[in-house]
Design a protein around this ligand. Structure first.
Ligand SMILES: C[S@@+](CC[C@H](N)C(=O)[O-])C[C@H]1O[C@@H](n2cnc3c(N)ncnc32)[C@H](O)[C@@H]1O
Length: 189
C-alpha cells in the first residue's frame, strides 16, 4: 500500500493574522515561535519584516523552513529573517534569560511547564500569543485545567483576547484556550 504524506499546511493561524501587525510593529526584541513546526506562523510574521526565531525538535520541519521557504522571508536587504534552533523544549533547558524577548508564539504546542518560562522571558511590553490544541478526540488529555493559563498570567499581563472552551468528557476540567496578551508589568518592579 502506498502512503501519501500529508501536505504541509502553510496557512497561518487565523487569529494570529489579526494581531500580527501589532506584534511586529510594537514588540521590541526577538519574536520566538515555540514548537514552530514547518513555520506557517513564523513565516507570516517574517513577511512583515520581523525577525523570528523558530524552535522545534523536528529537524525536518526546521530544514523545511530554512530551505524551502527562503524567498518568502528574505528581507529586502537580503538578510534572512528566520533563524531556527533544534531543541527539545521538554527535556532541554529553556534557553532565554528573564525579560529578554519581544514576543512568544505558541500554537498547538504548550507543555504546562513552559508557561512559567514564557512569563519570565518576555520583556515588559512583550506579547504572548497562545492557541492550544482543540478538544477533538483524546486531545483533552494534553490540555491544561480550565483557568490555568489566565490565572497564571493575569497579574502581569493585559489581556487583549481570551477565549476558553471547556472540552473533553463532562467530568473533565480541562479547556482549550486562545489568548493574546501584553506583559505590562516587569517582574522586577
Ligand atoms: C501540532 S505542531 C504545531 C506546529 C506549529 N506551531 C503550527 O501551528 O503549525 C506541534 C509542534 O511541536 C513540536 N514539538 C513537539 N514536542 C516538542 C518538544 N519536546 N520540543 C520542541 N518541539 C516539540 C513538534 O515537532 C511540532 O512541530
Amino acid at each position: 500500500m502506498r502512503h501519501h504524506k500529508k501536505p504541509i499546511d502553510s496557512t497561518p493561524s487565523k487569529l494570529l493574522t489579526q494581531f500580527a501587525k501589532e506584534i511586529v510593529t510594537e514588540s521590541s526584541g526577538p519574536i520566538v515561535d515555540v514548537g514552530s513546526g514547518y513555520g506557517r506562523n513564523a513565516i507570516y510574521l517574517a513577511s512583515f519584516g520581523a525577525k523570528v526565531l523558530c524552535i522545534d525538535n523536528n529537524i525536518e520541519a526546521l530544514n523545511f523552513i530554512k530551505n524551502t521557504n527562503i524567498d518568502l522571508y528574505r528581507a529586502k536587504n537580503g538578510v534572512n529573517n528566520i533563524e531556527t534552533i533544534e531543541l527539545d523544549l521538554i527535556i532541554e533547558k529553556w534557553p532565554f534569560k528573564a525579560e529578554s524577548l519581544g514576543a512568544i508564539i505558541s500554537v498547538h504546542f504548550l507543555p504546562e511547564k513552559l508557561l512559567d518560562y514564557f512569563i519570565r522571558s518576555l520583556k515588559k511590553g512583550g506579547y504572548l500569543f497562545i492557541e492550544t490544541i482543540g478538544g477533538q478526540g483524546g486531545n483533552y488529555l494534553q490540555l491544561p485545567p480550565k483557568g490555568f493559563i489566565i490565572n497564571k498570567i493575569s497579574d502581569l499581563f493585559e489581556i487583549k483576547y481570551f477565549k476558553e472552551r471547556k472540552v473533553g468528557p463532562i467530568q473533565s476540567e480541562v479547556a482549550s484556550v486562545k489568548l493574546f496578551a501584553k506583559k505590562n508589568k516587569s517582574l522586577y518592579q
